[in-house]
Write a protein that binds this ligand. Structure first.
Ligand SMILES: Nc1ncnc2c1ncn2[C@@H]1O[C@H](COP(=O)(O)OP(=O)(O)O)[C@@H](O)[C@H]1O
Ligand SMILES: O=C(O)[C@H](O)COP(=O)(O)O
Length: 380
């Protein structure tokens, strides 16, 4: 060892103020100001939700763009990432809340059709493994739109396709999965999600995530019934049968408006999003080279402990015996909870600048000052 300090910056975005790439750049700049010869490796991370393709691209994947249907059917440009037969497909790129025209929520009509088109693009590109990162979606359609884009048919009593979105599933009379793209049976499909909710019920997708997509209590009841109905119709569909009930009750089926359920019908294996992404991004070898790991996200809170990126990074780093600190916009966890998660200390921007509006508007320069503090505490 030559005495040079080695740091790995593996943080998620600060949603609303900094991308994960910007977080890594700002932290690096702050560390260098105090310890000019510090060796910093940047590995922006994501947990399957928005920012997942950007993290893969930062790690060396090729960015590919495709025109697909947005949540309401209007065309959008969506990206996926590809490297050596592995594609990283981010559902939010096609069906995310940020893709809603004018940002107007559409809980009953938003469809995952475009996510199915993105998966098809990955198949067209020759992917053998597809990591399907979900979360941040505008949709609650059980993945029916996605399945339709891949060749399934969802018909009403008159034999006509049902209307797009979870609301349309109430009229579902029959389903036909025989036309699904045959290439799906030859690929490894991994469902990367940070939630373990089932499809329906009190912990299901409509009840837990419907309201943030604009669903009223009545909409939640309607969507819960519609997704339950989808599972029942699939139970009597050739080639699916009892598997549908099993998947509906499985952890992760309720991810991203039930797209987890649809992905399971395609043979997807559910894995916690941050674990999958750390593998895909090459975290383990980077970790080996580092002595200090800096992770983080916009808000370090109770949710963070439940499978969010910093918790996954800290768990892996602690298992390798590395010191972990975190940066964040706001901190809502006591020191003991951080300690249990393997985070030695958290550095919120609000410690440097108590005015939260400024912390968001001037997040970059403030984060640099926060990183200077980390350098003084751990590297000087
Ligand atoms: N620069 C910032 N300063 C203070 N708080 C921030 C800043 N950036 C983001 N936040 C807070 O973090 C929240 C986003 O949390 P984050 O952990 O990034 O995403 P998620 O919603 O996926 O958990 C924002 O709503 C805001 O409260
Ligand atoms: O990260 C999320 O937002 C959760 O996975 C829930 O997914 P959703 O918001 O797309 O329903």
């Amino acid at each position: 060892m030559d005495g040079t300090r080695r740091v790995l910056v593996a943080a998620d975005k600060f949603k609303g103020s900094l991308t994960a790439v910007e977080v890594a750049e700002r932290v690096t700049a702050g560390l260098r100001r105090v310890v000019p010869d510090v060796r910093v490796e940047a590995l922006p991370v994501a947990d399957g939700g928005d920012g997942t393709v950007a993290a893969a691209v930062a790690a060396g994947f090729e960015r590919r763009e495709v025109r697909v249907a947005g949540p309401l059917g209007d065309e959008v440009t969506a990206a996926y990432a590809l490297r050596e037969g592995t594609a990283v497909v981010e559902m939010a790129e096609a069906s995310g809340l940020q893709r809603l025209p004018e940002g107007v929520l559409a809980p009953l009509t938003a469809s995952t059709y475009g996510s199915g088109e993105l998966l098809r693009a990955a198949l067209d590109a020759g992917a053998r493994t597809i990591v399907f990162g979900v979360g941040g979606s505008a949709t609650t359609d059980g993945g029916a739109g996605m399945l339709a884009a891949l060749g399934a048919r969802f018909l009403d009593g008159d034999g006509q396709p049902v209307a797009p979105g979870g609301g349309g599933l109430a009229a579902l009379a029959s389903a036909d999965l025989s036309g699904l793209d045959p290439r799906l049976s030859d690929v490894e499909l991994v469902l990367a999600s940070d939630v373990d909710n089932p499809l329906t019920g009190p912990k299901g997708a409509p009840a837990v995530y419907g309201p943030q997509k604009g669903a009223s209590p009545d909409d939640v009841r309607a969507l819960d019934a519609a997704l339950g109905h989808l599972a029942k119709v699939l139970e009597r569909t050739e080639g699916v049968g009892a598997r549908a009930a099993g998947y509906a009750a499985s952890p992760g089926a309720g991810a991203a408006g039930g797209v987890g359920f649809g992905a399971m019908l395609l043979g997807a294996r559910f894995r916690p999003g941050i674990e999958v992404m750390l593998d895909v991004l090459g975290f383990a070898p980077a970790l080996e080279r580092a002595e200090l790991v800096i992770t983080g996200e916009g808000s370090l809170d109770e949710q963070t402990l439940h499978g969010k990126a910093p918790a996954g990074v800290a768990a892996a780093a602690r298992a390798a015996g590395k010191e972990v600190v975190a940066v964040c916009g706001r901190l809502a966890l006591p020191a003991e909870a951080l300690g249990r998660a393997g985070i030695r200390r958290a550095y919120p921007l609000t410690d440097v600048e108590p005015d939260v509006t400024k912390c968001i508007a001037e997040a970059g320069p403030i984060l640099e000052r926060v990183a200077e503090g980390i350098a003084r505490d751990f590297l000087a």
